[in-house]
Design a protein around this ligand. Structure first.
Ligand SMILES: [Zn+2]
Length: 352
């Protein structure tokens, strides 16, 4: 009886002193001691009489205990082999290195600890890793947005490097999304980057956008821009869209689910093909995408943390050549095919 009580005492001691699974070593030692005390062919051992039991009984007990332990260990290994949760840190906890990294944010009254937490929990998708995507992605990474998706099907070319500052000369020829991933990881290793090397088309747009809290669009083709806007309006996702050409850029936060207009409310008809030249055709001043892309990241940080007033319902137009910026109010259009009619919030009928 005392033999069994010894195991119970060791287990209790282990719990009390926080030994964890190490109490098993002590239990093993106690079992070994009992076995030696009960060895057959010896003169009566006082410990054997004190502990009770027989050699055979303790042997069977030991083997059964070993069997149970082996089964539990095997089960744990099997469970451990499952793919690990991608979350780098348990939710709710910032590592000391992260607290130090985000200290200047945490100091801001409008962001603080709770705001930084919201950034860490946020999932932001950036469409296009070009001129606007470059600074937007870098600032989102630096600001501590926990999950950043980036989709683009292009490769890094030498002619990109005049303004697409997330890429580098040594990465010419590799897909832009992987180049962007390298740069963002170099800035902030505490975040998750999800690169998608493909064009955002009808086939995947809905599933991909549904997986994110906020979308940033920095593409320079109208098909993608209207597609992203329609899917965002349909799914009720906020969209920060920027556009640039030569010396002028514009941006806004389109969020019809919150009552504001969508991109198509304000720009109902896409320009005829070839009417609006792309950057490749018309040229663009190097820092301009830096200005507008950084503003997109700024709007993202404000939207996610709830700081200040975003550009929802307003359109900012920046003329870099004359250093002039205007902000104009924009309204929702009831007949908008993207966000009007069906998705209009229905007023509740007064109760009788
Ligand atoms: Zn609309």
């Amino acid at each position: 009886m005392i033999g069994i009580l010894g195991f119970i005492a060791l287990y209790a001691l282990g719990r009390w002193r926080g030994w964890g699974r190490r109490w098993l070593y002590a239990a093993g030692f106690w079992w070994l001691l009992l076995m030696v005390a009960h060895l057959p062919m010896q003169v009566e051992n006082p410990l054997a009489r004190f502990a009770g039991g027989t050699f055979e009984a303790w042997l069977v007990f030991g083997l059964l205990a070993a069997l149970v332990l082996a089964y539990r260990t095997a089960l744990r290994r099997l469970r451990g082999a499952k793919p690990a949760d991608p979350a780098p840190a348990p939710s709710g906890a910032f590592r000391p290195a992260e607290l130090d990294r985000y200290a200047r944010h945490i100091l801001l009254r409008e962001i603080g600890g709770p705001g930084q937490r919201r950034l860490k929990d946020a999932k932001v998708l950036v469409v296009g890793a070009g001129g606007l995507g470059s600074p937007a992605l870098m600032y989102l990474a630096a600001a501590g947005v926990g999950t950043i998706g980036v989709i683009d099907d292009d490769m890094v070319e030498g002619s990109n490097l005049q303004r697409q500052i997330i890429h580098a000369d040594g990465r010419i020829g590799i897909p832009k999304v992987f180049s962007a991933e390298v740069a963002m990881k170099a800035i902030n290793p505490f975040i998750e980057i999800r690169p998608y090397k493909r064009r955002l088309d009808d086939g995947i747009a809905r599933d991909l956008i549904a997986d994110y809290d906020l979308i940033l669009d920095g593409t320079d083709n109208f098909d993608t821009r209207y597609l992203v806007n329609r899917i965002c309006a349909e799914l009720g996702k906020p969209l920060i869209a920027g556009a640039i050409t030569q010396w002028e850029g514009q941006l806004s936060l389109w969020h019809p689910a919150a009552g504001g207009p969508c991109y198509e409310c304000v720009f109902p008809t896409r320009p005829a093909a070839g009417l609006v030249p792309t950057c490749a055709e018309a040229g663009v001043a190097a820092p301009l995408p830096g200005v507008i892309g950084s503003m997109m990241a700024m709007e993202a940080v404000k939207h996610l943390t709830g700081a200040g007033e975003t550009l929802a319902g307003r359109l900012m137009i920046h003329d870099a050549l004359y250093a002039e910026t205007r902000v104009i109010g924009v309204k929702r259009r009831a007949a908008c095919p993207a966000c009007g009619a069906g998705s209009e919030p229905v007023a509740e009928a007064p109760s009788p």
